[in-house]
Each structure stands twice: as structure tokens, then as C-alpha cells.
Write a protein that binds this ligand. Structure first.
Ligand code: AMP
Ligand code: MG
Ligand code: MG
Length: 205
């Protein structure tokens, strides 16, 4: 796969959750991204938004303790459909599309599991999701290649291994994006390659 991407869009959803199992259906509550200029190795913009969950608008104490996001933070927020449209408009303002930019996530959960769950739970239909969100780079893969490991730790472990300080609060989406962007920049500096590591094909309507 090509690695000619000029930009990386680090993306990290936060979602409704609880101690034992997440509420069904699980819903996105924060949709942040940090835009990295690959050649310059620097952050050039951020997108951040809370998302109002439709099915379980009251966040659990566990969820607030984990993410720092309170029910009142999401009560007046836009629905996923509208935040998602603004995220797409933000990409377009930066003249980004799937040939120039790639989404970067920690693992495959965000775009591989949570996005389809969100689309099934509320909207938009998964079949209308733009191709940009149907493929991504799992940062753990780059970590394993660059650090010669067979298995990647979580974000905290990757920061430690690269001697990077945690900024902000772990499990707050925008802070996770900033920390993952720092990991990405360090791995690119060390020779990491930004390739597509996962791809989905959503059936047309
Ligand atoms: P993260 O990006 O690691 O902050 O996690 C994304 C989402 O996964 C969170 O918003 C929660 O919905 C869920 N999650 C993460 N860690 C836990 C955990 N220890 N227990 C339950 N849910 C979790
Ligand atoms: Mg995450
Ligand atoms: Mg997170």
C-alpha cells in the first residue's frame, strides 16, 4: 500500500461505558482528531467535539471517572451525524481526502468496531460513510515494527518506551489524540512508515 500520505489524522473516540460491560448500544461521546503534517512532523490543527448519546444520555459514574466527561458536557452537544459531518467538512477545509491523508488510531477499535456500532445504533447508515473512514493505520503496528516488538503495549506503555511525557489526561479523547500524535511523530522520526493496516468494505445502499 502507498505511504505517500501528506497528513495523518489521529482519531480517538470516547464512548459510553460501565465497569462490567458497556451500555447497549454503545455510543460515541467525544469525537476528537489531531492533524499531523507528516513531512514537517508537526501538529497543524485539532478538531474536538462532544457527541450527545441518544440511547443512554446519562453517563455512568464509571464513564465520567474514566474519561472526565460528564452528562452535562454531552447533554447539549450535537448528535453524532452532525459532528461527523463537521469532521468531514474540517478535512475538506484542509483539502484532505483518502489519497492524501490517513486516519491513525491506537488499535482497530475506533473505526473497526465503534464506528459501525455507532452507525447501527443511530446514524448515518454505515453505507454512506466516506472511504476516508473505512481504512486506517493502527499505530501499534508502527510501534512494533520500529521498536522490534511482537506486541505493543497500550498508549501509556508506548509513551514510556519512547520516553515521552503524558500530556493531559489519559482516556480524554482530545488528550489521547495529542499523546498518540506525539508517539506517531517519534516513530516517524525513527523511520516508521505510514501505511494502511486495515480496511473495510461497506456494502452500497
Ligand atoms: P480509550 O481511547 O482508551 O480512552 O478508550 C475508548 C473507550 O473505550 C472509552 O471511552 C470507553 O468507552 C472504553 N474503555 C476504555 N477503557 C475502558 C475500561 N478500562 N473499562 C471500560 N471501558 C473502557
Ligand atoms: Mg482510544
Ligand atoms: Mg481515548
Amino acid at each position: 500500500m502507498c505511504s505517500d500520505f501528506t497528513h495523518a489524522v489521529v482519531l480517538d473516540f470516547e464512548a459510553t461505558c460501565d465497569e462490567q460491560a458497556p451500555p447497549r448500544p454503545q455510543e460515541v461521546i467525544e469525537f476528537p482528531s489531531v492533524l499531523v503534517d507528516v513531512a514537517a512532523r508537526e501538529i497543524v490543527d485539532e478538531f474536538t467535539a462532544f457527541v450527545r448519546p441518544l440511547h443512554h444520555p446519562q453517563l455512568t459514574e464509571f464513564c465520567t471517572a474514566l474519561t472526565s466527561i460528564r452528562s452535562e458536557d454531552v447533554a447539549d452537544a450535537e448528535l453524532f451525524r452532525d459532528v461527523f459531518a463537521r469532521h468531514q467538512a474540517w478535512l475538506t477545509r484542509h483539502d484532505l481526502h483518502e489519497r492524501r491523508a490517513i486516519a491513525v488510531t491506537c488499535g482497530d477499535w475506533d473505526l473497526g468496531r465503534m464506528l459501525p456500532i455507532q452507525c447501527a445504533a443511530v446514524e448515518p447508515p454505515i453505507s454512506t460513510v466516506p472511504p476516508f473512514y473505512a481504512r486506517w493505520h493502527n499505530l501499534k503496528r508502527m510501534f512494533c515494527t520500529v521498536m522490534h516488538r511482537s506486541k505493543a503495549p497500550g498508549m501509556g506503555g508506548m509513551l514510556n518506551a519512547l520516553k515521552l511525557q503524558l500530556v493531559g489526561r489519559h482516556h480524554r479523547g482530545v488528550d489521547d489524540c495529542r499523546n498518540l500524535a506525539a508517539i506517531l511523530v517519534a516513530l516517524l522520526e525513527a523511520g516508521g512508515s505510514l501505511e494502511v493496516t486495515a480496511e473495510r468494505r461497506y456494502p452500497p445502499t
